[in-house]
Design a protein around this ligand. Structure first.
Ligand code: FAD
Ligand code: SIN
Length: 536
């Protein structure tokens, strides 16, 4: 069968767009995006990209810091190649036109520091690095004749041939819904790539854009892929605490440039928790803030950089300076009220470093994938690096896949004949709220087995209700996202229940220590998932 495209990429973040540009040299590429091209987390990235570019730094140290932050759960075979690719990825972006900050003579990158990094190694574009990268990538993608964009189009499910015969199965393409007309079509290609970003919207309070509903992870799981380490959801320590600020992240680079974390009475406290104080790995800082807030019974703590000069703050953090002013806070003069919020999905679809999943002709890259780079806790600014490196590593493998002919298998048309228009949309809004609330309350920064079990009972109930609704009524984008969120929530809860220890981002007070018995990723395989009663 002749296909219009060689590769379907679902997602237009840094992972998806950089892969599209690399593939377009020899392939016809379709890029699917749920809303606008700049909708993903990539656009909102602040701090930067980690890369060894200073003569005083080394790949060994970047690898070592990553392994330490990952609490012994990173895969060194993923860490080393990804870290070593970093300088080349920065050079590639620079050549495309990304305007990274440089020194006065424009000869060297201005490097900043963030949590867990022993050296200054974060390349940035002031405090809006993601915007600089995405704007450039989008410009190139839009100009490329080999790339076709499908904005406002949501992927519903992967089309898998021979799904129940693992030795013969493969992905043929994807069912898509146009978010404006709600029309559903099947798009087929010899290779499909999930670059759909993370799932932090499963939590009520998070730093992520609306699209981060874990769609890729849920679709891959339903298609038969293994997922790994879903218990490790990262909470960013510093989000602005303000009634009108929904999700304003205050970059870790503020601490990298000398900002302090303070209790309401103005005392620093991070030295009590870690020798690196404010620049300890992110899991430790978020947990320390949570601990201090509970100990003191206060709704927020504070981040203060007002001891630096006004000129420095305005030049280094121009976007945040303006945004905070809009909320009535002048960060050059006063401290910023902060709380932690869900930020990054360290686990995801299990892949190798080339993005290959369990199913032939299906790849996954970026935040949706689990390559082994992040282990039990991602080090700051290693995510954009992973997006770029994985796209680079995947494109060679994809070239081979698209050259091998796809077996000709009939594809079932989307059948809505047994469905009708939903009568009570309140079921969707109510379940969105309920799911994200109990995930925040029971599966958050500090967990207990009892809380996880409570969450487990609730997620089972919601999953049943949402599944019934899905099969009975015509689908809409918000129903599809809810269905994905409940699948992802279930995977997080089961993974958390299985890990009977504390490590990195997973802290369970019933098992407060790390255990050698759990020195491996939590891998869930949909074909061999154990019976549910085992977890409760
Ligand atoms: P995203 O950029 O999230 O893109 C996902 C894409 O998939 C979107 O286009 C979305 O529309 C699309 N999509 C999703 N589901 C579907 C579907 N069903 N159908 C069609 N399309 C779909 N990391 C760093 O390394 N450095 C930083 O400084 C940094 N700062 C951050 C600041 C913030 C506020 C946030 C939220 C994250 C930050 N991160 C940072 C993390 C990093 O930005 C993300 O991990 C990374 O950008 C993810 O890129 P991605 O391409 O995998 O996904
Ligand atoms: C930040 O700027 O603090 C976010 C960096 C990241 O998530 O890697």
């Amino acid at each position: 069968m002749a296909h219009q495209y060689d590769v379907i990429i679902i997602g237009s973040g840094t992972a998806g767009l950089s892969l599209a540009l690399r593939l377009a040299a020899y392939a016809r590429v379709a890029v699917i995006s749920k809303t606008e091209l700049a909708s993903g987390a990539s656009y909102w990235a602040q701090g930067g990209i980690a890369a060894v570019l200073d003569t005083q730094d080394s790949f060994t140290e970047h690898c070592q810091d990553t392994l330490i932050a990952g609490a012994d759960l990173c895969d060194p075979n993923a860490v080393e190649p990804i870290v070593k690719l970093a300088p080349e990825m920065i050079q590639w972006l620079d050549t495309l036109g990304v305007n990274f900050c440089k020194n006065d003579t424009q000869t060297q990158y201005d490097l900043t520091r963030e949590g867990g990094h022993g050296k200054r190694r974060i390349v940035h574009a002031h405090d809006a690095t993601g915007k600089a990268i995405q704007t450039t990538l989008i410009e190139h993608v839009l100009a490329h004749p080999q790339i076709t964009i499908f904005p406002h189009t949501i992927a519903i499910d992967l089309i898998v041939a021979n799904k129940h015969q693992p030795e013969h199965h493969f992905v043929q393409g994807v069912y898509l819904q146009n978010c404006q007309t709600e029309q559903i079509t099947a798009l087929l290609a010899p290779c499909t790539v999930l670059a759909t970003g993370g799932a932090s919207r499963v939590y009520l309070y998070n730093t992520n854009p609306d699209v981060a509903s874990g769609d890729g992870i849920a679709m891959a799981w339903r298609a038969g892929c293994s997922v790994a380490n879903m218990e490790f959801n990262q909470f960013h320590p510093t989000c602005l605490y303000h009634p009108q600020a929904k999700t304003l992240l205050l970059t870790e680079a503020i601490r990298g440039e000398g900002g302090f974390l303070l209790t309401p009475d103005g005392q620093r406290f991070m030295q009590k928790f870690h020798p690196q104080a404010e620049l300890a790995p992110r899991d430790i800082v978020a947990r320390a803030i949570d601990h201090e807030m509970k100990r003191l019974g206060v709704p927020c703590l504070y981040l203060d950089i007002s001891h630096k000069s006004k000129q420095f703050i305005q030049e280094r953090f121009p976007t945040l300076y303006e945004q905070c002013l809009q909320y009535g806070i002048d960060m050059t003069k006063e401290r910023l009220p902060i709380v932690p919020a869900a930020h990054y999905t360290c686990g995801g679809i299990q892949t190798d470093i080339y993005g290959q999943t369990d199913i032939p002709r299906l790849f996954a890259i970026g935040e949706t994938a689990y390559t082994g780079l992040h282990g039990a806790n991602r080090m700051a600014s290693n995510s954009l690096l992973e997006c770029l490196s994985s796209a680079y590593l995947a494109h060679g493998k994809i070239q081979t896949v698209i050259q091998s002919p796809m077996p000709n298998q009939p594809v079932a048309h989307w059948d809505e004949s047994q469905t009708c228009d939903p009568d009570e949309r309140v079921v969707i809004t109510h379940n969105w709220e309920e799911l994200r609330r109990f995930m925040w309350d029971y599966v958050g920064i500090v967990r207990t087995t009892k809380r996880l079990q409570r969450a487990y009972h609730r997620v089972q109930l919601l999953k049943k209700e949402i599944s019934e609704y899905y099969w009975r009524y015509r689908v809409t984008p918000d129903l599809l996202e809810l269905r994905n969120l409940v699948d992802v929530a279930q995977l997080i809860i089961i993974s958390a229940l299985l890990r009977k220890e504390s490590r990195g981002l997973h802290y369970n007070t019933d098992y407060p220590h790390s255990s050698a018995a759990f020195l491996k990723p939590t891998v869930l395989n949909p074909l061999v998932i154990r019976t549910l009663t085992e977890f409760v």
